[in-house]
Design a protein around this ligand. Structure first.
Ligand code: KG4
Ligand code: ZN
Length: 337
């Protein structure tokens, strides 16, 4: 490896996946994710169990990433970690580990915002993306439209007022008795169902905001009126119709922003971007507007450390390092120090 190589070890522990990645000069050399099966029993992430699982996973995951990248810790240039937003107990495990490593190796520390990293995931496999770029970021905790200008500055132009798109899918799946996390289950069952079988209502908001709580309530009232045997028999149609409503709603707001602001590219990121119907419809939207659609591969859509490494690489080039006293944050602050 040349002496000038920039090698970054990145750690992601914001929710229920413990992840580590190694980046070398902008290219991902290893990307390891350990999920946490324990939460399935409870139908959702249990914060205390998540932080304990991170504690037992973090060292093996980091070791495996370094092994995959064929890199020794002494060859690293910086240690990156997710500062937030996320579960505080989980974030503290990643932050503590990264700080310890940075002190013992005498290397710079880079705290990364999880949502900025989801947007940075689009740069892992694509270069020379035309800017300004509009990115629809859809995850379990967030739904945002992010404007990225020619200088790579990010600005949130629209957010959800209540539930995130992933939450809307996960909560619907729970109402339907499907296992956690529900998004992939709904995606799978929808492939066998009719998207126009049932209709559920969504809120229409004036700007680029989203609201999903009404959609979930609409499904809840619908289910209350049905016999359980009917719900079982039409499960695929219910999933397909509900998923279609989520997808069409996301695209309607995104389409409005594209129409008004005229970005030169359209990107999709976050865990829900793994959804097959959303990916398809998103590409169609970009084609309609004659701009490229940039959608990361599945492994970079859900929570991963490669996206943290990618965002950290940009920070490294600008020498934006974090002090050892840097603290994680559960919610995105108005301004980060
Ligand atoms: O980005 P992510 O991995 O974690 C957060 O930062 O939230 O997103 C997780 C979300 C969950 O709500 C999960 O149900 C959803 O992404 N998800 C999907 C699919 N795969 C993951 N939703 C719909 N279809 C999928 N194939
Ligand atoms: Zn995420």
């Amino acid at each position: 490896m040349p002496a000038s190589a920039v090698n970054i070890l990145a750690i992601e522990s914001s929710c229920d996946d413990t992840a580590a990645a190694v980046l070398s000069n902008g290219k991902i050399r290893a990307n390891v994710v350990a999920g946490q099966e324990v939460h399935r029993l409870y139908g959702g992430v249990v914060p205390e169990l998540a932080s304990r699982a991170h504690q037992s996973h973090i060292l093996p995951v980091v070791r495996q990433a370094l092994k995959q990248a064929e890199m020794d810790v002494s060859e690293l240039s910086a240690i990156a970690f997710t500062r937030g937003p996320g579960l505080m107990g989980s974030l503290l495990v990643g932050a503590g580990f990264a700080k310890g490593l940075s002190v013992s190796l005498g290397m710079p520390l880079i705290g990364v915002d999880h949502l900025e990293a989801h947007v940075s995931a689009v740069y892992i496999e694509h270069t020379n993306i035309p800017k300004p770029m509009l990115c629809l970021l859809v995850s379990g905790g967030h739904t945002q439209l992010v404007w990225v200008d020619e200088q790579n500055n990010m600005r949130i132009i629209g957010s959800t007022l209540d539930d995130a798109a992933g939450e809307a899918l996960d909560k619907a799946a729970k109402l339907l008795g499907l296992p956690y996390p529900g998004g992939p289950q709904i995606d799978r069952l929808s492939r066998e169902g009719r998207a126009d079988a049932f209709s559920f209502s969504v809120a229409r908001l004036p700007d680029y905001s989203f609201s999903f709580s009404g959609l979930k309530t609409s499904l809840l009232y619908f289910l209350k009126e049905q016999e359980p045997t009917f719900v079982q028999a039409r499960l695929n149609d219910i999933c397909a119709s509900y998923q279609e409503q989520v997808v069409q709603y996301l695209l309607k707001v995104t389409g409005k922003a594209v129409q008004n602001l005229k970005p030169r590219s359209l990107a999709l990121s976050g865990g829900v971007s793994a959804n097959s119907r959303l990916r398809e419809a998103f590409r169609e939207l970009a084609t309609q507007h004659h701009i490229p659609a940039i959608i990361p591969s599945f492994e970079y859509c859900t929570d991963n450390a490669a996206m943290i490494a990618m965002a950290a690489y940009e920070a490294y080039k600008k020498e934006h390092f974090s002090a050892l006293s840097v603290m994680p944050y559960a919610r995105q602050p108005a301004e980060k120090d």
